[in-house]
Ligand binder design. Structure first.
Ligand code: SME
Length: 174
């Protein structure tokens, strides 16, 4: 089961997220590399629901700057400052932001003009520090609701449930 990419669009959301959660945890069993986990989560969430854009913006300067990380979809903006757009709002406020219509969100950053609605979920490490935000965009209005917020928050709790490896530095390898 761990080697396949599931398409869960036919299921009610709570059931889809329960299956996805189990699948992600099976694939990531024994993993402590946050980049590997971000790439895996992006891929599995993206294909499970057929989203437009799915991926992470990492905190590279705490309280100030997000930079794009692993994602699936068309070219993402590279840097987003805290407080800007939906990602910046979720990072600054450390809470999930659900946007039914991106055109009605002040300061929304358009990376792909087809984006119509989105959800951005904060990702914390085991110390409670903000590690990243997870951004999912849809080309349909009103795609995301409380079931997505609950499902994604539970999935992304993976990052706070274990100590994560620091970025691999080949200079330190012997
Ligand atoms: N929509 C986001 C920007 C990132 S992209 O959509 C990939 C925002 O307003 O934060």
């Amino acid at each position: 089961m761990a080697e396949i990419t599931l398409d869960l669009r036919a299921l009610p959301k709570p059931e889809a997220y329960a299956q996805l959660d189990a699948h992600v945890r099976a694939v990531l069993d024994g993993v402590d590399d946050p980049v590997t986990a971000m790439a895996t989560v992006s891929c599995l969430v993206h294909h499970a629901f057929g989203h437009l854009w799915t991926g992470f913006y990492r905190v590279v300067e705490p309280g100030r700057l997000l930079r794009v990380g692993p994602y699936q979809g068309t070219l993402g903006c590279l840097d987003i400052t805290f407080g800007r757009g939906v990602c910046g709002a979720a990072a600054a406020e450390r809470r999930t932001v659900v946007v039914e219509d991106v055109h009605a969100f002040p300061g929304h950053i358009t990376c792909d003009g087809r984006s119509a609605s989105e959800i951005v979920v904060p990702v914390f490490d085991a110390s409670g520090a903000l590690l990243a935000v997870f951004d999912v965009d849809s080309e349909h209005r009103g795609t995301f609701d409380d079931a997505d917020r609950e499902g994604l928050e539970r999935l992304l709790a993976w990052f706070s449930e274990r100590p994560l490896a620091r970025a691999h530095d080949p200079a330190l390898a012997v």
